[in-house]
Design a protein around this ligand. Sequence first.
Ligand code: BG6
Ligand code: MG
Length: 226
Amino acid sequence: MPEIKQGVIFDLDGVIVDSAVFHYRAWKKLADELGISFNEQANEKLRGIPRRESLLALMGFNPGEDKILEYMDRKNTYYLEMVETIKTGDMLPGVDNLLVELKSGGFKLALASSSKNARLVLGKLGITTVFDAIVDGNETTKGKPDPELFLKAAHELGVLPSSCLVVEDAESGIAAGIAAGMHTIGVGNPQALARAECIVSRTAQIDSAMVIKVLSGDSHSGSDAG
Ligand code: BG6
Ligand code: MG
């Protein structure tokens, strides 16, 4: 067990569950309907970004409040249709084992997501009670890259930000973790996640030894992606 209380704060979409692709497909459907060009490369910039800011970035201009509300609602409806397919235990490979390993190692666990659907998704996966704290887009005013979500999670865990490790698949999430004064592991694209202390290509590559190493500040420029 860690002598000082330490926390691991997980992002949801793209780290715990393969729902980042659902966000992409829902935005793509809306963009196609609106005749706006949008592809996976453009989507990379939207990872971790709240719904409203994502829509404005996708459109490239402000269409007015009524349209913003209509389009956000449309995108969310498409997203929720896909979320319906999530079943208990549908986490990304290795997530189950990692959560059990970290919990039994004495780490405090939090979930911090910009998504307003985070609790719904956790409920469908059946892992809501695994986390000691859950912070989502409904209870924060600023999304990633602002550190608000992570700082709130650390506060609820009762752990100092400097003793927290953030696990993120988004450039905006790594920026938020750094702004919060936390350690970071990036999951996915090494270019987008270059600022993370350690980068892996899949969540399954993370284990408690890696978490301990990163939390000790002993892993700068470490990349385990492969
Ligand atoms: C983040 C996703 O977790 O949540 C983003 O990475 C998404 O792609 C954001 O836009 C907001 O999600 P929601 O479910 O509130 O629209
Ligand atoms: Mg994510």
